[in-house]
Design a protein around this ligand. Structure first.
Ligand code: RBV
Length: 468
């Protein structure tokens, strides 16, 4: 008896040791104590410690999608070829948590082509393209992601941390938060730096840095001009309308389209809704953003008023409880409600449930709530980002610039590390030269030439004595 127990415990110890082994000879170095089981039932394609995706047989389908995206992401592909030979990321391990889309796959494979060992998870339960995830797994990327991952969201993130990353890439701070809250010592000692993709994530990061709780430097990729001025506006504008149409197929023209928030994302959604003939109504809390909306020709009013008028509602604020019980109660019968902000906190679905007598799925990503007052309200994609959950996220062409910024920031982190430079544990800004380079390269790939200032013009703009 005693011997068996001993045997069992030494076998357990050996398994643990194997799990904790250094990451050489293909043996993974787990920092968690073994691999805990995931909660989701059902069939998966899984190699413990290597990948867990929905169905590896979708890989060929996913590969074609990735190739399609590659052909529309010329700046990122140019950078891939430029650095392929010198392998600037060799010896580094990068963990990422960002929507598993065809565009993200191009970024992931670029990191791998430049020498990094990559592990990846999604950053939203509903944004993984299972075919793309399968293609990445088949190509040897360590990936833990599937569509509809509600139960094991953090399990997947933890599996990417098993790689003991030196670099992290976030969209919404879930990976950074996990590393900081659960592996603080590891974060302080072993992680060189990271990047953050989105507005809400950068807000979270700033709060963390202000509290003195940021343990490594992180580039705010979102704040690059070639990111927020394009991805947030044109990317969100197109993909959000795309998501609403795929989930509903309703006519946009003639509808009262309420956009909550007139920041970059809200501006994009409003522009495209207006372009399709909607009457746009904006709700805001910021006076300057509200004036901008007025001058764009939109009506601006509080949500309590807009709730009565809207046919379609889309939140884009990054703030919670934008649409709540009293708003639902005031809405017209048949109103459509969705969100395009990073988190699903903008529409209070708990309060909606409290006043609902019946709920059913009407079509993919479209749920009908029949209220106790008899009216029906339709919620898209469970209040999660409708552009990624119901459509494919932003188009490749615009992600080309966002992800080139991601790559260039990681190259900077790697270079600083190799040169022995210690960057401050702060939220780092993107240098203007990076934006210039990405914008110029993008223009070149579009075959568009622009003018150059002459020497005289340069002197003129720098001459403080010049007048009338
Ligand atoms: N986003 N990624 C995609 N196609 O891969 N689409 C949108 C894609 C990112 C975008 O950069 C935004 O900041 C973030 O998703 C919101 O989570």
């Amino acid at each position: 008896m005693a011997t068996t127990t001993k045997k069992k415990s030494s076998a357990k110890k050996a398994a643990k040791a194997a799990n904790n082994a250094v990451h050489t000879n293909g043996v993974r170095m787990h920092i968690s104590d073994g691999i805990p089981p995931k909660k989701a039932k059902g069939t998966f394609s899984e190699v413990p410690g290597k990948y867990c995706v929905r169905d590896i047989s979708l890989a060929d389908e996913g590969r074609k999608l990735i190739q399609w995206a590659e052909s529309r992401m010329p700046v990122l592909m140019y950078l891939r070829e430029k650095y392929r030979k010198s392998q600037p990321l060799k010896g580094l391990r990068l963990a990422g948590s960002l929507h598993v889309t065809k565009e993200t796959a191009v970024l992931v494979e670029t990191f791998a082509a430049l020498g990094a060992e990559v592990s990846w998870s999604g950053c939203n339960p509903l944004s993984t393209n299972d075919a793309v995830a399968a293609a990445l797994a088949k190509a040897g990327i360590s990936i833990f992601a599937w569509y509809g991952n509600h139960e094991d969201f953090y399990w997947c993130i933890e599996r990417t941390i098993d790689l003991r990353p030196n670099l992290t890439l976030d969209d919404g701070c879930d990976l950074i938060n996990t590393v900081h809250e659960q592996y603080a010592d590891f974060a302080r000692k072993e992680i060189i730096g990271g990047t953050e993709e989105t507005t809400t994530g950068v807000q979270r990061l700033r709060a963390r840095a202000a509290a003195g709780k940021l343990y490594y430097p992180v580039y705010a990729v979102n704040d690059a001009i070639t990111k927020w001025d394009f991805d947030n506006v044109y990317g969100t504008g197109q993909s959000t309308l795309d998501g609403i149409l795929r989930a509903t197929s309703v006519m946009i023209a003639g509808k009262n389209f309420v956009v909550a928030g007139h920041g970059h994302c809200g501006q994009g959604v409003a522009k495209r809704a207006k372009g399709m003939g909607a009457n746009v109504i904006i709700t805001e809390v910021k006076a300057t953003a509200a004036i901008k909306a007025v001058l764009e020709g939109y009506r601006v009013m509080p949500m309590d008023e807009a709730a009565k008028e809207g046919d379609i509602f889309c939140t884009a604020t990054g703030v919670k409880d934008i649409i709540r019980k009293r708003h639902f109660l005031a809405m017209k019968d048949g109103a459509i409600v969705c969100n395009t902000g990073h988190y699903d906190a903008e529409i209070n679905l708990q309060e909606l449930a409290e006043i609902t007598k019946n709920k059913r799925t009407i079509r993919e990503n479209c749920e009908e709530y029949t209220l106790k007052n008899g009216k029906k309200i339709f919620v898209l994609a469970e209040g999660r980002l409708v552009n990624l959950a119901a459509a494919e996220g932003h188009p490749s062409e615009v992600m080309d610039m966002s992800f080139s910024n991601q790559l260039m920031c990681h190259l900077k982190l790697a270079q600083a590390y190799k040169e022995g430079k210690k960057l401050p544990n702060q939220v780092l800004h993107i240098e203007p030269e990076q934006d210039e380079f990405i914008a110029e390269t993008k223009l070149k790939t579009m075959g568009i030439a622009i003018d150059k200032l002459t020497k005289e013009q340069l002197e003129y703009i720098n001459d403080y004595t010049a007048g009338t």
